[in-house]
Design a protein around this ligand. Sequence first.
Ligand SMILES: NC(=O)c1ccc[n+]([C@@H]2O[C@H](COP(=O)([O-])OP(=O)(O)OC[C@H]3O[C@@H](n4cnc5c(N)ncnc54)[C@H](O)[C@@H]3O)[C@@H](O)[C@H]2O)c1
Length: 440
Amino acid sequence: MISDEQLNQFVKQLQVKQSRIMVVGLGYTGLPLAECIVNAGFEVIGYDTNAVKVEMLIRGESYLETISALKVKELFETGRFAVTTDITRVKPCDVYWVCVPTPLVNGAPTLESFYSAIASIKTIAKKTILVISSSTSFPGTTRSICISLLGKESNIPGSDFFLVFSPEREDPGNSQFTTKTLPRVFGALDANSSKVALVLFEQLFDEVHQASSIEAAEASKLLENVYRAVNIALANEWNEICTELNLDVWEVVKLAATKPFGFQSFYPGPGVGGHCIPVDPYYLLSKLKSLGSNPGLINLACDLNKKRPHLIVKKIEFFLRERSKLIDCCNLLLIGMGYKKNIGDLRESPAIDILGLLVMRGCNVKWYDPLVTDNLSGIGAQREFFLTPELLKSQDLCIILADHDLIDWDMVLNNSGFIFDTKNKYEKYCGLMGDKIIHP
Ligand SMILES: NC(=O)c1ccc[n+]([C@@H]2O[C@H](COP(=O)([O-])OP(=O)(O)OC[C@H]3O[C@@H](n4cnc5c(N)ncnc54)[C@H](O)[C@@H]3O)[C@@H](O)[C@H]2O)c1
């Protein structure tokens, strides 16, 4: 057991910012978090197993749209930021903050990175440490894995440690909030964990909310994303309903949104993407399955979201057939492949599914996205690096899947024959362009 003196010493160190904090996993969530902690005056060691990313940071470059190269350089210039791929060469830290991926492999949750991150921490952990997980998973994950790997059964001398789960709410591309200003939730293992976490969090974040347990905090994260998954499925279904009723779905949603309470707008689109919405509901479902339950609504929403790219392709096919064009003889250009506006992240992007389905149907598909770094070689579609009038004019259909701000949308409009606009980019031209702009 930790003594009162040790606890007070740990708290004091945090208060005077003498604690060394390791961020494990420097991706979309870990790097902005590291920035926030350095800005608060702490020393941060970023540990990531991806050597390419670590080398880029060391050269003063960034791999995220959300953190500039200048910001990376500024972090190093503070003298309180270092990065490594080799955890064994780092002096033990006081706090380990885990931001590693929790993806799906073949549709099922995999906690491999999380296990391996905790196992790495164990190799250097000293006696008293605070472990914080921000890796999304089903309730029970943080407690069971961290206690089994780092807890009393472990061979760390005097294995007492503080444990916290604090969900990440990073919304890449959202300039309204920073890591510091986004309200922060956390749940702690016990009173001591809660005490030390609060001392740290109150120095990092403007608003902190404590859950009654680690599991309540884990579940709150899943609810946030299940809520989005269900509402996106509803928005897409509402799109079909409006089409049948000959109504404009965007107009109807906007009218409903004038109600100042009880309604939040969700719009139809090409499907769900990114690391959270297409993934997190399956973490919940896998946990519930192990408990013998099977929630109908969430399953249905997941199913509808998964089928959305197929429906989009069917609609494209239908549109072309109506114009006496066979899809396998058509030139199609997909514009915007990232999973959302102004983001080049392709993880779970519905655009990839749509691209794959169109290639399978035998059409000549090209794609353009200036934010994407991956060339998607091997998928059977050509990447275009420049959007030119000639390219647009040579297409049977241009398909907008992500409406990035840096694309010249007037040029797209003026030079395309037909535009399949899944993002309502050309809302203001609605009804004014004949049948040039098609909505799904
Ligand atoms: N991206 C988001 O917008 C977002 C938002 C909320 C929550 N989350 C959650 O945050 C967690 C991290 O997501 P992310 O988007 O930052 O992932 P990411 O893939 O962008 O970054 C994770 C980083 O961890 C590194 N890594 C993997 N295994 C490691 C290990 N064992 N040790 C050290 N480094 C390791 C990877 O190389 C990668 O750089 C996930 O659970 C995700 O669901 C993400």
